[in-house]
Design a protein around this ligand. Structure first.
Ligand code: GMT
Length: 377
């Protein structure tokens, strides 16, 4: 198949899923064209079946905000026509589903019937999409996509609750290339570079936005390090990072918290992590938690959104109510205080990721593309 993928090219979860999916499809022989404003951060040009088309913006003094959807839909018309694409798979509804709909309409005028698959990822529905400034257009683009998928049951329920949806929504969980993490675990993990042999390692990875509750990450770790020798690795960049650094300084734990910034070496960092902290306010799925689990890491998270579909309470880690840092710290300590308990949680976490492995999920997306191609309006 010839497939166009539209996504954010940044470190956010939707861009990661879109990129990993595109690379896997190309590996399987499909022709994949990424259309976005920058090269996606996880894109590895390992296949001649992978192409990248940059959406270029024109500066003009009149524009306070540049019309990205206009440039994107124009580029989509060009790429679909030139490379005879059959499917446009857009990740994150805003503004991608809207731009894809506009491209579809323009292409119909040229006699081309491009099929649009929209995957909802989370904040495009829960935080941003349902805002009165965007809601009507987001609802319209969801209802007018050929096929709509969401990355969790919880996100599907949120979408049905927040919008008037007339289209079907198919749940396809996010996935992981488990082999990549298996390989890393077999290698020497370089744990010694970040912690002493008697110290436990806790990690948080995100884009440090308010929804991730970075303050809670530090609060939980503060309690853990009072009980057990430990280190906290903070991976990522974003608006809450400066406050987190100040909080760490104020608490006097600067020697125990390491801020690593954005990283392309997530599997290497996770391979020596004992517990992953994700106390998010909302999380449609929690791809970072799944990545941690694939690296045999127990997860301490909130029970919000789709997290209970990924992290199984008392088995792969623990779930707590939003903001209950005391409970999250108690849970983390209960896992970390004993080698055997820790080992059991790590094993269970790894085992649980098998159902999310790439080989299971990829054919589901291929079926979705075939269903879209067979759709007649
Ligand atoms: O908030 C992020 O970390 C980025 C955001 C995105 O859309 O890029 O993530 C959302 O999509 C991920 C991939 O499907 C999910 O794993 C995240 O849970 C979801 N984030 C939220 O719902 C807050």
């Amino acid at each position: 198949m010839r497939i166009g993928i539209v996504c954010y090219p940044t470190f956010g979860g939707s861009g990661v899923v879109a990129t990993e999916l595109g690379m896997a499809l190309a590996d399987k022989g499909h022709e994949v064209h990424f259309v976005t404003y920058n090269l996606p951060v996880r894109l590895d040009f390992i296949s001649h079946k992978l192409h990248f088309h940059e959406v270029l913006m024109e500066e003009y003094p009149l524009f306070q905000y540049q019309p990205y959807e206009l440039a994107l839909s124009t580029k989509l018309v060009e790429v679909v026509s030139k490379y005879k694409l059959e499917i446009l798979h857009v990740h994150y509804a805003i503004p991608h589903a809207y731009a894809a709909y506009m491209a579809k309409m323009m292409l119909l005028e040229k006699g081309i019937d491009i099929k649009v698959v929209t995957t909802l990822h989370g904040t495009d529905i829960t935080l941003v999409g349902s805002h009165p400034s965007y809601k009507t257009a987001v609802e319209f683009s969801i209802n007018n996509s050929d096929i709509v998928t969401s990355v969790s049951k919880s996100l599907k329920e949120d979408t049905l609750r927040l919008f008037s949806i007339t289209n079907e929504i198919k749940v396809i969980h996010n996935f992981i290339d488990t082999e990549k993490y298996d390989l890393e675990l077999q290698n020497d993990c370089q744990r010694i570079a970040v912690a002493k042999p008697n110290e436990r390692i806790l990690t948080h990875i995100s884009n440090f936005r308010p929804v991730k509750r970075i303050k809670d990450v530090i609060k939980i770790f503060y309690k853990v390090q009072q009980e057990l020798p430990s280190k906290l690795l903070m991976v990522g960049e974003g608006p809450e990072k400066r406050n987190a650094e100040l909080q760490v300084k104020k608490l006097g734990i600067e020697d125990k918290v390491i801020f690593l910034g954005n990283s392309h070496e997530i599997s290497k960092i996770l391979c020596y992590t004992d517990v992953f902290l994700l106390p998010s306010e909302s999380e449609s799925f929690g791809l970072a938690a799944l990545e941690a689990m694939a690296a045999s890491t127990a997860v301490i998270s909130t029970n919000t959104g789709g997290l209970p579909e990924v992290n199984i309470d008392g088995e792969t880690g623990y779930l707590s109510n939003l903001g209950d840092c005391v409970n999250m710290a108690i849970n983390a300590i209960s896992i970390l205080k004993d080698d055997e308990i820790l080992m059991n949680f790590k094993k269970a976490a790894k085992e649980h990721t098998k159902q999310f492995c790439l080989d299971n999920i990829l054919p589901v997306y291929e079926d979705v593309y075939n269903a879209a191609l067979n759709k007649v309006h």
